[in-house]
Write a protein that binds this ligand. Structure first.
Ligand SMILES: [Zn+2]
Length: 263
């Protein structure tokens, strides 16, 4: 069985278009622009077998029309959102067969109302699971809530947090360092967070991505997945005078609003 290669293609200033290929066929996720995809396909002599889209924002779909002539397959996207070209509508429980792999679709509303994720639980080459989560989960942070509610976003993040720890988390933006600066304000005593930030700083200084992350890594350092931790609760309650027994959603909503205003 062919080995699968997973790679982030840099786009715009801080987007990643994820590519997965088996040496002959490729899929890409959220092609906000076409040029980086065409270049990667040409460089490795790959056929574009399919495109996955997590949500309707322009920096995730802007390259679709330009890629259409290269596409020898379909586009799979969120059933509850509008896209610039015909696509196969996907919702929770659906699966997508592509490159001989089966991706399970998850509904993860919050950033947008119809945002979905694609989870490959068992890559055929025996490598770790893969999650394409768009703008919902970032390393050290999470997406802004544009169309949903904090409770929806919280539920979405909880469903991602429940995936196997070794799942490779393919986020659509390189926001890690900025997120970790905020995370350390929330949890200054988290040693794993400190070490991870050092590693990420070295990666970026070297021009390398900090991604993919993993679910286990995020559970250890991402405050938005750690709302039940005493230190995170304490920081949130102190910031916004929350009740001692505030629930996870309230802690989460406080952190999200705090991060919106954080410089
Ligand atoms: Zn977005």
């Amino acid at each position: 069985m062919a080995v699968l290669t997973l790679a982030p293609l840099a786009a715009f200033t801080d987007n990643y278009i994820w590519m997965l290929h088996d040496g002959s066929q490729a899929l890409v996720v959220d092609p906000g622009e076409a040029a980086p995809v065409r270049a990667a396909l040409d460089a490795a002599g790959l056929r574009l077998a399919g495109i996955l889209v997590t949500h309707h924002h322009g920096d995730h779909v802007g390259g679709l029309l330009d890629l259409q002539p290269r596409l020898q397959g379909q586009v799979w996207g969120p059933a509850r959102e509008v896209m610039p070209l015909p696509f196969v509508p996907c919702k929770a429980g659906d699966s997508v067969e592509l490159l001989g792999q089966r991706f399970r679709v998850l509904d993860i509303p919050g950033h947008t109302a119809g945002h979905i994720a694609f989870h490959l639980a068992e890559p055929s080459d025996g490598s770790a699971p893969i999650l394409f989560c768009g703008d919902t989960l970032f390393s050290g942070g999470c997406g802004r809530i544009f169309e949903g509610t904090p409770a929806q976003m919280w539920d979405s993040l909880q469903s991602l947090a429940a995936l196997p720890g070794n799942t490779r988390v393919c986020c659509a933006h390189e926001y890690t360092l900025s997120n970790l600066r905020f995370a350390q304000v929330i949890e200054p005593g988290n040693a794993e967070l400190r070490d991870y930030r050092s590693w990420c700083e070295a990666q970026r200084a070297d021009g390398q991505p900090t991604l993919p992350s993993s679910i286990a890594q995020e559970l250890a350092i991402n405050p938005f997945l750690r709302c039940a931790q005493p230190a995170v609760r304490a920081a949130a309650t102190q910031h916004q005078a929350l009740a001692e027994d505030a629930d996870g959603v309230s802690v989460f909503a406080t952190l999200r609003q705090w991060k919106n205003d954080f410089r």
